[in-house]
Design a protein around this ligand. Structure first.
Ligand code: C5P
Length: 397
């Protein structure tokens, strides 16, 4: 934490008093902290306390009223190694989710290039409202880390979920984040993600339910740890937010193979997360197949190339190749067979039998199996947390 530049964003919630403890912990650990507070935040905690503890003037407005000095949110956004918003009210979360840049805190957030941590704090009904939940999901989709609020007694004396996580725990999240540091700095990581679409005719395809969420989470995690990432992505509704991620968009398995063959030779690590279609139509109709003029058509399929196996066959010493196995039965046996068949160093197994694992969900329950057969099973986690476990494991290899 020593010497790290941290922006502590404080918004107008009762939990703002706890931000003082968080600030003290950060300063004690040697971080340089710039407090940015919203106008409403100042109703709850005085800037004098915060500037005294941080050793820096607190920023709240775009300009200092008496001198006309302009506070550059862009410079601040570039200065920071991490930004933590604690407490984050429903209102600030909504503004962040929608880019409503009407105060210094939200403009700084929009300019920040660093990892952002958000610790919501609000009444249980506000927290549970679909609007708040949708905004939080949106922040997650931008790659922000949500430090989930705890359950307990709230300022309203009601009991439920909405209490800001304790300062010690928020501090620990940041500490863990910096402990990983830039452990992938200088590494090139290739990740495949999403489904592939195999064309039948100009309007139809064979596809699958893969959302790409696990692959995109892996890409964000690797990029945040300093890697240069090439994300070979099938058709998905996701965007990569880290500038160190280069997205190569493909549609079919053959296109994915081509992109991977080009990228793999200069990659240190490849994680094959895509749900590649096993078969493609033998031929693609030039025009839309019409219902009226013929009997039900028979679509002949041909086998798609196994991309992971193709890379496994040309893997060099020092390169790490990781695969995924999504199984419905005999999970371990099938996963271990894939390690051998594709010459993988490890495989991430998820079972469709586990609730919360697999396609479309934001969570995953994984077991990592190494080439020597050793296994580690993880509990149900968010896909982003699972991505961190996978990368930690790759680094341990
Ligand atoms: O053989 P199976 O499809 O179950 O293997 C899954 C693993 O192999 C995943 O890592 C997946 O991304 C990869 N794969 C691939 N090309 C294929 C099929 C699977 O890269 N054609």
């Amino acid at each position: 934490m020593k010497g790290r530049h941290i922006i502590l964003g404080i918004t107008g919630g009762i939990a703002a008093y706890k931000s003082v403890s968080l600030l003290r912990l950060l300063i004690k650990a040697g971080a340089e902290v710039q407090v940015v507070i919203t106008p409403a935040g100042k109703q709850f905690i005085t800037p004098v306390t915060l500037s005294a503890l941080s050793g820096r003037p607190v920023i709240s407005e775009f300009f200092t009223a008496n001198t006309g000095e302009w506070h550059s949110h862009v410079d601040l956004g570039l200065w920071a190694d991490a930004m933590v918003i604690a407490p984050a009210t429903a209102s600030t979360i909504a503004k962040m989710a929608n880019g409503v840049a009407d105060n210094m805190l939200v403009t700084t957030y929009l300019s920040a290039k660093c990892p952002v941590f958000v610790a919501p704090a609000m009444d249980l009904d506000m927290m549970a409202h679909p609007s708040t939940q949708a905004n939080i999901e949106r922040l997650r989709s931008y790659g922000n880390h949500i430090i989930e609020p705890a359950s307990g007694e709230l300022a309203s004396h009601l009991v439920g979920k909405g209490r800001m996580e304790e300062p010690e725990n928020i501090f620990k999240v940041l500490q863990d984040h910096f402990a990983h540091g830039l452990d992938l700095a200088g590494k090139h990581v290739m990740i495949t993600a999403g489904p592939t679409y195999e064309k039948i005719d100009p309007v139809r395809f064979i596809g699958n339910y893969s959302s790409g969420k696990m692959g995109y989470a892996l890409a964000e995690e690797a990029a945040e740890r300093g890697a240069k990432v090439t994300l070979v992505s099938g058709p998905v509704n996701l965007t990569a937010s880290n500038p160190n991620i280069q997205v190569v968009k493909v549609e079919s398995a053959r296109q994915m193979l081509e992109a991977c063959l080009e990228t793999f030779p200069h990659s240190d690590i490849a994680v094959m997360c895509a749900a590649v279609a096993d078969y493609a139509p033998e031929s693609v109709a030039d025009v839309k197949i019409k219902r009226e003029h013929q009997d039900a058509p028979v679509i002949r399929l041909v086998k798609n190339p196994d991309i992971a196996a193709a890379l496994g066959a040309q893997k060099r010493l020092g390169q790490i190749l990781a695969g995924f196995a999504l199984e419905t039965h005999d999970e371990e046996k099938h996963a271990k067979e894939k390690i051998t068949k594709k010459n993988l160093d490890m495989i991430v197994l998820n079972s469709l039998r586990d609730p919360g694992a697999g396609f479309q969900t934001d969570t995953n329950k994984i077991t990592i199996i190494d080439a020597d057969g050793s296994e580690i099973a993880f509990p149900l986690k968010t896909k982003r947390e699972a991505a961190a476990d996978i990368i930690d494991h790759i680094l341990s290899l």
